[in-house]
Design a protein around this ligand. Structure first.
Ligand code: IMP
Length: 186
């Protein structure tokens, strides 16, 4: 791969990601045995995580995809969120597990949980690959979290900076992150 345009430092290696995703898959498989599991993947950042996670889940489950748009100023999400791609399949009566790349302020996930809990689902929980805590504005506690980190702007393994770097196989911290605004969702 050509040299990235921004300075960055590896935070979670490919091996660490693979190990942790396998653990999450095993835990979810045990917890949802006998249930009607739907993995509701939040596009676009969670697509690589979800692709790896679903193949470590040993239960029959469905996959569906949503996309949200959020409008925030600079690095913070303002909490004005709307669903630009709704789910495609029946969700009433089923056990939803939202699959997200990263929870930062928590406003997006809080909105999604509220939205899906009003859809006659049997249960709604969430799994995030990264639980980034420093700027949290809600009291959300992840049902499943791959890794916790305090701060920083992370890219790779699906996470982008202005649509760049999603295809990096590991996760990196942008070293000059303070200079960057978080890329808004489409
Ligand atoms: P929240 O509503 O502040 O929790 O924002 C969640 C969304 O912001 C994530 O789904 C990402 O799209 C984006 N985001 C937050 N932090 C990062 C990061 O470090 N790297 C890439 N995207 C991020």
């Amino acid at each position: 791969m050509s040299k990235p345009q921004h300075a960055m430092q590896e935070l979670f290696s490919q091996e660490a990601l693979a190990r942790r995703v396998a653990e999450l898959g095993a835990q979810i498989s045990a917890d949802y045995a006998g249930r009607d599991l739907v993995l509701m993947v939040v596009l676009g950042g969670a697509f690589i995580f979800a692709a790896d996670l679903c193949r470590k889940i040993t239960l029959e489950c469905s996959l569906d995809f949503v996309r949200v748009a959020s409008y925030g100023a600079g690095l913070e999400s303002a909490g004005a969120i709307r669903l630009v791609q709704p789910p495609s399949h029946r969700i009433a009566g089923r056990d939803l597990l939202l699959v997200e790349d990263i929870v930062d302020t928590g406003l997006t996930m809080q909105w999604l949980l509220h939205y899906f809990r009003n859809q006659q689902t049997a249960s709604v929980r969430f799994c995030t690959l990264i639980d980034k805590t420093e700027r949290r504005q809600t009291d959300l506690v992840a049902d499943y979290a791959g890794f916790s980190c305090k701060e920083g702007f992370l890219v790779g393994y699906g996470l982008d900076f202005s649509e760049q770097y999603r295809n990096l196989p590991a996760i990196y911290t942008l070293l000059d992150a303070a200079d960057h605004a978080a890329s808004p969702n489409p």
